[in-house]
Design a protein around this ligand. Structure first.
Ligand code: GLU
Length: 479
């Protein structure tokens, strides 16, 4: 029987979910769902100083928001738990003992200062720094003497192989020489396990079959590989996904703008759009299509189509994609989604008269949900605010007075105030003034909205209503 595929996402709870980690989680999730396997969430919180509960909560929330549900995790116990490393200390101790007993690990009494000095010396000699193996050959009595003297020790792994090589599902065959490795630490003097060790023990004991992670971890993999060998365990398959760069081809960082999933959520990106966008960072569909439903992503995901080259985070593309998803929503759903963003501006969608026609009108102008906060202002304020000096000067120039006068003259409270009436009035204004096209439409648009461009003006006028339109045009003449 074929082994069930089990992937895992293993964030360290030291901040919000970074966009790159969101992509890593997504690839693990897609592969697990594609192959009918399991997706496991493990919290790597052995760094007690930097790990916080708040970060863990926010990472879980962001994953849920993205719709990346996990089958086992800290809040969904399965048979392989616990799923938080801080709760697995006993397990790590047990496996350290095994390595000790097999002579594959040893205590190291070198102090951080000594290690740092030796590192600097190696660098000065042009060597690549690694542990010089000083405590490797201490004999039993010497070790005991140091322990009795209360000198704290870490536990190091004894690297005896000359080479570590493994096959990566994306990068192909990779090999690392022992020269660059050195005996590495497994357990710190305070008894906390080091990432490489805890990760291997967990991945093995949780039966993980595929390790899909960012290629910033590629230098850790040979060490992890050696540990699998030392324990006599089958190595899982590795897939290191290429990093994400900004448009300037530098590593994606705060400098490039929003970098966490929660920031995009706050800005009003839709989870479906972000998932679609993230899936295309380093992967592409066979057909080359870009707008892909979650179902299609699951069906079509394949490591053969993951690129070896870094991908570029193009925020303009994300905006475009989000706009596509927003346009595909029905007005009721979009109105509900906009509500929290309107509330931030102190009004709820329920309190806005004609909210649905407004949403329908603005729908294709929204790149994200928070953009509603600015765009809706033309309908909610009581006075027109000019967006620029240019707009103000244009609408107040003497040439526009006959237009405004003719417009007012054509307005009558007996008319049904709708798009047709507005269009009829505009036609008559043109006939009467002899001014045509943009020369008429632009000043009226500015008079009604304060802006030189915007949504369909006859619809804007209908939503504004008779009274506001009359008042705003009058203000131009009186101003
Ligand atoms: N805790 C590690 C990280 O957040 C996990 C690395 C791995 O997936 O092995 O980078």
């Amino acid at each position: 029987m074929k082994k069930e595929i089990r992937t895992r996402f293993a964030p360290s709870p030291t901040g919000h979910l970074h966009i790159g980690n969101g992509r890593t989680a997504l690839m693990n999730w897609l592969f697990a769902r594609h192959s009918g396997g399991k997706f496991i969430l493990r919290i790597e919180d052995t760094d007690r100083e930097r790990s916080t509960e708040t970060s863990e909560i926010s990472i879980l929330e962001d994953l849920k928001w993205l719709g990346l549900d996990w089958d086992e995790g800290p809040d969904r116990q399965g048979q392989y738990g616990p799923y938080r490393q801080s709760e697995r200390m006993g397990i790590y101790r047990e496996y350290i003992e095994k390595l000790n007993d097999a002579g594959k690990a040893y205590p190291c009494f070198c102090t951080p200062e000594e290690l740092e000095n030796r590192r600097l010396q190696m660098l000065a000699k042009g060597q690549s720094p690694k542990y010089d193996g000083r405590c490797r050959e201490l004999d039993k009595t010497e070790r005991e003497r140091l322990m009795q003297a209360g000198i704290k020790s870490s536990i190091r792994f004894r690297v005896d192989q000359d080479e570590a090589d493994f096959k990566d599902l994306i990068r192909g065959h990779l090999s690392f020489s022992k020269e660059t490795l050195g005996d590495f630490v497994l357990l710190r003097p305070d008894n906390t396990p080091v990432y490489n060790f805890a990760c291997v023990v967990d991945d093995h004991t949780m039966d993980i079959t595929h390790i899909i992670r960012g290629d910033d971890h590629i230098s850790n993999t040979p060490r992890q590989f050696l540990l699998y060998q030392a324990f006599g365990w089958t190595t899982p398959l590795f897939a290191h996904i290429p990093m994400i760069l900004g448009k300037d081809r530098e590593r994606l960082s705060k400098r490039h703008g929003a970098t966490s999933v929660s920031q995009y959520r706050e800005l009003g990106y839709l989870p479906e759009a972000l998932v679609n966008f993230l899936s295309l960072l380093g992967w592409s569909s066979e057909s080359g299509e870009e707008i892909l439903s979650r179902k299609r992503l699951i069906d079509e995901f394949d490591f053969n189509r993951v690129s070896k080259a870094p991908s570029v985070f193009d925020v303009e593309k994300l905006k475009w994609m989000n706009g596509v998803y927003i346009r595909n929503l029905d007005v009721d759903t979009l109105t509900d989604l906009l509500d929290p963003f309107l509330k931030r501006e102190d009004f709820s969608s329920k309190a806005i008269d004609k909210i649905k026609p407004i949403v329908a009108l603005l729908q294709d102008k929204l790149e994200n949900l928070s953009a509603i906060q600015e765009k809706i202002k033309i309908f909610t304020r009581d006075q027109v605010i000019f967006e620029s000096v240019e707009a103000k000067t244009m609408v107040r120039s003497s040439g526009t007075r006959p237009i405004m006068k003719a417009f007012l003259h054509e307005m009558s409270p007996n008319q049904k105030w709708d798009t047709e009436t507005f269009a009829r009035i505009m036609k008559r204004v043109q006939d009467q003034t002899g001014v045509k096209g943009k020369q008429v439409w632009m000043p009226v648009r500015i008079a009604l909205t304060g802006q030189m461009h915007g949504p369909d003006l006859s619809k804007v006028a209908e939503i504004l209503g008779y009274e506001k339109c009359q008042r705003f045009i009058r203000n131009i003449l009186n101003g």
